[in-house]
Design a protein around this ligand. Structure first.
Ligand SMILES: Cc1cc2nc3c(=O)[nH]c(=O)nc-3n(C[C@H](O)[C@H](O)[C@H](O)COP(=O)(O)OP(=O)(O)OC[C@H]3O[C@@H](n4cnc5c(N)ncnc54)[C@H](O)[C@@H]3O)c2cc1C
Length: 410
């Protein structure tokens, strides 16, 4: 396809990257991004980290591109506009002002929304879910004085990163979680233990093996978190909820597209409809290496997925087979993870470096092959880790653990 109109439903990172790739690939037709938020497409990772940590930071510092860039590239961005219907009979997207836009190809890049806390009291003032720039800004206002009692519910990335940033302001922070260690679902119990110790060393208190029963409220303001532990109410001025995310797949489902934990696509990010594609957090594609579906909620997935979907839209032969990658920064500890958590789940990690000092690489080996690697405060190695994973070559765990052996000889 060289002309016509591509309408991108959703206005996040996957949308911006897809639009950019369409132009890079020489597409000269119309490109329109329909985004429900009042902002241009922006990066979400800073919302729990540097943006949340610095009241001086402007919203525009997180934007993927400034306004002028979209104008220069002839990309029409509608902000503050919700797409309410995808009509696959007439090839139209209906907007919330009831106007409609015709398309030749549509990309669904609607992302995800936070799973809400539903216990009594969850709608009180002082309770925050963090997904948008506006959420982060409101939370920043609540944390910045540094004298709050903050309770974080949930031990995933959002919970642990906001806990770190809240502590950074000097607040008292308690983390409540169901499991024995934080982040175990993402990086396994061994690495979760490293992060639990990191947070403890920084003064965070954990209340683990807990179920939240209710939030106590006075005059509409949250005052505490009651758990299933007999009589336990943890005092709170601020409650941060990090219970994971749910894909925004309703518009696709209503249009009759196949949806199951996201919009189902093949390995080129094409849905069952020849004119409709999906990318980013909302897409649930078949991963050609795993031979099964893999929905990812990470920055790199939105970037690589946006690129792949744009090329697929243009009729190019593409396969979305990037090794999943994500990163996190908490306090002075940065990490990058590449690989397949599902394949790493039943294996013990092998460590290279100093785990106590939080300067190491963890490797997960399955069937004699490297399936995942995570570098913690060790830099410029992740690309090589990805290459080893991609190559599928045999690796020797003893050599992986030996820091004197170059990674290329493991
Ligand atoms: C707080 C936070 C911190 C994160 N930190 C990291 C990190 O450190 N490392 C990492 O790898 N990943 C991180 N992620 C994940 C990463 O940001 C996401 O994977 C990425 O933003 C997904 O991009 P997306 O474009 O698919 O969706 P989104 O960024 O969610 O964008 C989708 C947009 O479409 C809009 N939309 C939805 N439905 C409609 C509709 N019908 N009409 C119009 N617009 C619609 C949504 O409101 C949203 O603005 C973080 C995510 C969050 C929320």
């Amino acid at each position: 396809m060289t002309n016509g109109r591509v309408v991108i439903v959703g206005g996040g990172l996957a949308a911006a990257t897809a639009a950019e790739t369409l132009r890079e690939q020489g597409y000269e037709g119309d490109v329109m991004i329909v985004g429900s938020e009042r902002h241009l497409p922006y990066l979400r990772p800073p919302l729990t980290k540097e943006y949340l940590a610095d009241p001086g930071k402007e919203a525009a510092s997180t934007y993927v591109h400034p306004w002028e860039w979209y104008t220069e590239h002839g990309i029409h961005v509608l902000t503050g506009t919700l797409a309410v219907e995808l009509d696959l009979g007439d090839d139209e997207v209906t907007l919330d002002d009831r106007s409609s836009v015709r398309f030749d190809r549509a990309l669904i890049a609607t992302g995800a929304k936070p799973r809400r806390l539903t216990v009594p009291g969850a709608d009180a003032a002082g309770v925050f879910h963090v997904r948008t720039l506006d959420d982060s800004e409101e939370l920043r206002d609540a944390l910045a004085a540094g004298d709050r009692r903050v309770v974080v519910i949930g031990t995933g990335w959002i919970g642990m990163e906001t806990a770190a940033t809240a502590r950074g302001y000097g607040n008292e922070v308690t983390v409540v979680g169901r499991g024995a260690v934080p982040l175990a679902g993402a990086i396994g119990p061994e690495l979760g233990t490293v992060y639990r110790q990191l947070h403890r060393d920084k003064g965070v208190v954990f209340r683990l093996h807990r179920e939240v029963r209710e939030l106590t409220v006075s005059d509409g303001q949250v005052t505490g978190v009651a758990t299933d532990e007999e009589g336990e109410v943890i005092p709170a001025d601020v409650v941060i909820v990090g219970l994971g995310a749910v894909p925004n797949a309703e518009i696709a489902e209503d249009a009759g597209l196949a949806v199951d934990s996201g919009v189902l696509t093949d390995a080129s990010l094409a849905t069952g409809h020849p004119k409709v594609f999906a990318a980013g957090d909302v897409a649930n594609p078949v991963h050609p290496v795993l031979g099964r579906r893999l929905r990812s909620e990470h920055w790199a997935n939105a970037v690589e997925g946006g690129k792949t979907a744009a090329r697929a839209i243009l009729g190019q032969e593409v396969t979305f087979d990037a090794v999943p990658y994500f990163y996190s920064d908490q306090y002075d500890v940065g990490m990058e993870y590449a690989g397949y958590p599902v394949l790493a789940a039943d294996t013990q990690p092998v460590f290279r470096g100093d785990v106590e000092a939080r300067e190491f690489i963890a490797f997960w080996v399955s069937g004699g092959r490297l399936v995942a690697g995570m570098n913690v405060n060790v830099w410029d190695v992740n690309e090589e880790i990805q290459q080893i994973i991609r190559s599928g070559r045999p690796v020797d765990p003893a050599r992986l653990a030996d820091a004197s052996v170059p990674l290329s000889d493991t």
